[in-house]
Design a binder for this molecule. Structure first.
Ligand SMILES: *Cc1c(COP(=O)(O)O)cnc(C)c1O
Length: 441
């Protein structure tokens, strides 16, 4: 633990106040909801979370890529306050309001491609992905949905079926929705394939498992999130996008985690000039308020007749106000560039640790979506135990890091894009020390 970090801590983490809250929680909150670091937060700003014991924690997780603009960005807070004072809800399906329309106009303009677009708003990423599939099915008159190994798309019934990993996301929760087909993706540090070859293998599988003209949609994360921050080899996404175009299937990019400047561009699809037919967004969209969207080609989106899409809260006016404030912040503070410079700072330092320790199989990431994959030295075999110990050491030192990966062997970094450089440096130093110490244990 570095001296500067310990000065942020008044007690061990979690401290006595947090532990007391946690006791209350266990007799009130369903056990199925976990918490990575049960330090109960009382306020947050500038990349720091303050907990009930007065400790300040460095946030390298952003509540899973949500607070890209920070925890209480002024433009978000001001617009939320102003909207809450005017009205909190009418239901857009009953009596509409301008904020919803403005968010859709903004998304249509910001997402890749200059074709005519429409958007529709929901509350969560899973709901957005599920609705993208509903729309694709109506628009194509087909049912089959293709997804990938290591995919994560949410926890509703349909999105559980789209998600790859069983424990904890799916186990015991079936039966799952039918007409979902899983094919291999691209995981360059493991499969050793070029993007073109990995795509050819996936396409071969699709064409063998499914007859011509039966795929409604391919649903894919441009960089896989929960599955392990897996960046496909170059060429993989474009090849699948071309296959969709040639075969009348809808290419749906699930940019719920990768969107809104996280990877150094507004959307990760842009890194390879892929123009998705539909794009699902959520997480970073509204500076922490629950909002999600599907944006897509007008002719696809308008295929669903009025009344077919919606929900009581979808596009809530306060969430829409927050989104407009968050997007304004991303623009005025140029957070796509901020994400790039976070990556430029972090990657070389983690690569150096990888060289020194030998317990890291891969350091990867784009922009501020960064990952370290832990392996047993000299092998590609995952080391989830070391991963857990590194994360626990960071948590004890007051640095919030998250883990992910099908094999639980990836530490991922998702700092707020507004994080001050000195704080990022401090958090990173704690991670480096934790890796060195745990690797030599
Ligand atoms: C988090 C996530 C989802 C689900 O979003 P929720 O808001 O948790 O429902 C879907 N897809 C991806 C890629 C995600 O990272």
């Amino acid at each position: 633990m570095t001296a500067t970090t310990s000065s942020r801590l008044r007690t061990e983490v979690p401290g006595p106040e947090s532990r007391a809250l946690h006791l209350r929680r266990t007799s009130a909150v369903a056990a199925g909801v976990g918490s990575v670091l049960p330090a109960y937060v009382t306020s947050a700003s500038g990349g720091l979370l303050t907990d009930a014991d007065g400790n300040t924690l460095i946030d390298l997780g952003s509540g899973i890529a949500v607070t890209n603009v920070g925890h209480a960005a002024p433009a978000v807070v001001d617009r939320v306050r102003e909207q809450a004072e005017r009205f909190t809800h009418t239901c857009f399906m009953i009596t509409p309001y301008e904020g919803y329309v403005e968010v859709c106009e903004t998304l249509n303009q910001l997402t890749p491609g200059d074709h005519e677009k429409r958007s529709v708003l929901f509350n969560s990423g899973a709901e957005a992905v599920e609705n993208a599939v509903k729309i694709a099915r109506v628009a194509t008159g087909r049912q089959a949905v293709v997804v990938f190994d290591h995919a994560y798309h949410g926890r509703t019934n349909l999105t559980m079926a789209l998600t790859a990993k069983s424990v904890p996301y799916k186990h015991g929760f079936g039966p799952f929705a039918p007409e979902v087909y899983r094919v291999p993706g691209s995981y360059p540090c493991h499969d050793g394939l070029t993007g073109e070859d990995a795509a050819a293998a996936a396409i071969d599988r699709i064409e063998k498992q499914l007859g011509p003209g039966s795929v409604a949609a391919i649903v894919i994360e441009p960089i896989q999130g929960e599955g392990g921050f897996i960046e496909p080899a170059p060429g993989f996404l474009p090849a699948l996008s071309r296959w969709c175009e040639a075969n009348g299937a809808v290419f749906v990019a699930d940019e719920v985690q990768t969107g809104f400047c996280r990877t150094g561009a507004w959307f990760a699809s842009e890194h390879e000039d892929v123009v998705p037919d539909m794009i699902a967004t959520a997480k970073g969209i509204a500076g922490g308020l629950p909002l999600a969207a599907v944006t897509g080609r007008a002719e696809l989106m308008d295929a669903v007749p009025p009344g077919g899409l919606g929900g009581t809260y979808g596009g809530n006016p306060i969430a829409c106000a927050a989104a407009l404030g968050a997007i304004e912040t991303m623009r005025t503070e140029n957070l796509a560039d901020a994400a790039k410079s976070i990556g430029d700072t972090v990657l070389p330092r983690l690569r150096a640790v990888a060289q020194q320790t030998g317990v890291i199989g891969d350091v990867r990431g784009r922009g501020a979506m960064l990952a370290v994959e832990f392996v047993r030295p000299g092998t590609p075999e995952p080391d989830p135990d070391l991963t857990k110990r590194v994360a626990a050491a960071c948590h004890a030192a007051g640095v919030v890091v998250l883990t992910c990966g099908t094999y639980g062997n990836v530490v991922r970094l998702l700092p707020p894009l507004t994080m001050p450089a000195d704080l990022l440096d401090e958090g990173l130093s704690v991670l480096e020390t934790s890796i060195r110490e745990e690797a030599s244990r």
